[in-house]
Design a protein around this ligand. Structure first.
Ligand code: KG4
Ligand code: ZN
Length: 326
């Protein structure tokens, strides 16, 4: 079965082509324009999706030497995300499915992230713990079976990736914050500043206090010295932001007795997070780099699994910006 996958929930336009569980092409356009604003501007994001999605679909068909008649299924993210961004991909996918008669299915973006490590690694046996860490979400989920989830903890305020983005904006080093902070951190001392490692109890997360602590520290540094302190701030912040994930994961392992961990979402690309997981006595897997950021392949991958089970969506499927895991 050949599946076309579309992802337009935020600021990445993703179009991907998959044959059964094998990704043939994974084209991602990351909208750099938002770096001028230090964060995603929804109106601009949806315009960019509109300009890209048809072109990218034509390109991927050309590259693969396939025509639309060779496609057996269409999968598209319908939530969560920015409403106007979701609507572009969803409307495009619906139009394509309606005009060709190709079956289509709406995919939950969070579920697509959860299954993304299995595009390149053998699937974990159930149950396993999934750490979903992105710009919009930070959760630990117990996965008891295919699409059988229990959310054990989530963030009470900012998401982990969001805190990287906000801190990066605060210290003026660019967007998205995760990769730039990771880069600056390599040149800094992670014990230069003693930022608090957030632990709001149980398996919940909180990043707003850490962000505020960075803000106050940065404000107290004399203006002329700030630029020299950026690597140390990046390293110290990154250490605290990642350590809280590790504390919660260890706690989740102790509470559930499950030591199979899968990480996914943009922050799962973080090298310190992967290093710290390596030091724990657990089995863990992560998506390969191209499937950590938002992408169409993870949508096509889960879409394929659904379509194979004859799960399809109706044309009245609505975009749902607040979709969560049930
Ligand atoms: O999964 P994703 O592409 O989009 C959402 O679904 O939100 O995640 C994007 C987030 C951004 O906040 C970005 O700063 C963060 O992932 N990120 C990272 C790294 N690479 C991306 N955070 C920490 N370290 C990284 N290496
Ligand atoms: Zn995402």
């Amino acid at each position: 079965m050949i599946v076309l996958g579309f992802e337009t929930s935020c600021d990445e336009t993703g179009v991907s082509l998959l044959e059964n569980e094998k990704v043939l092409f994974n084209n991602i356009y990351s909208q750099q324009i938002h770096s001028h604003f230090g964060g995603v501007v929804p109106e601009i994001a949806s315009r960019e999706h509109t300009e890209r999605v048809l072109k990218m679909t034509e390109e991927i068909l050309k590259e693969s030497k396939l025509t639309i008649n060779d496609i057996d299924g269409i999968a598209v993210t319908y939530g969560p995300g920015l409403l106007c961004s979701l609507l572009i991909g969803l409307s495009f996918a619906k139009g394509l499915a309606y005009s060709t008669g190709i079956p289509f299915v709406g995919v939950n973006h969070l579920e697509a992230h959860i299954y993304s490590p299995f595009i390149t690694s053998p699937e974990c046996s159930y149950p396993f713990l999934s750490l979903l860490v992105s710009g919009g979400h930070t959760s630990i989920v117990k996965v008891d079976g295919f699409r059988d989830y229990k959310v054990l903890g989530s963030t009470l305020d900012d998401a982990c990736g969001e805190s990287f983005d906000k801190v990066s904006k605060l210290i003026g080093i660019g967007y998205p914050g995760g990769p730039v902070i990771q880069n600056f951190a390599r040149k800094g001392k992670d014990d230069a500043f003693n930022f608090p490692v957030p632990d709001p109890g149980a398996l919940n997360f909180s990043y707003s206090g850490l962000k505020t602590s960075v803000l106050y520290t940065y404000r107290d540094i004399p203006y002329a010295e700030r630029i020299y302190k950026i690597p140390d701030i990046a390293a110290s912040f990154q250490k605290a932001a990642i350590e809280t994930l590790i504390i919660k994961l260890k706690r989740a392992v102790n509470m559930t007795g499950i030591d199979r961990i899968s990480i996914s979402g943009g922050v799962s690309a973080n090298k310190l997070l992967r290093k710290r997981l390596e030091e724990l006595d657990v089995d863990w897997i992560a998506p390969s780099a191209e499937f950590t950021v938002d992408n169409g392949a993870m949508v096509a991958f889960l879409g394929y699994k659904l379509l194979k089970e004859d799960i399809r969506s109706d044309f009245d499927l609505k975009a749902n910006p607040r979709l969560f895991l049930n």
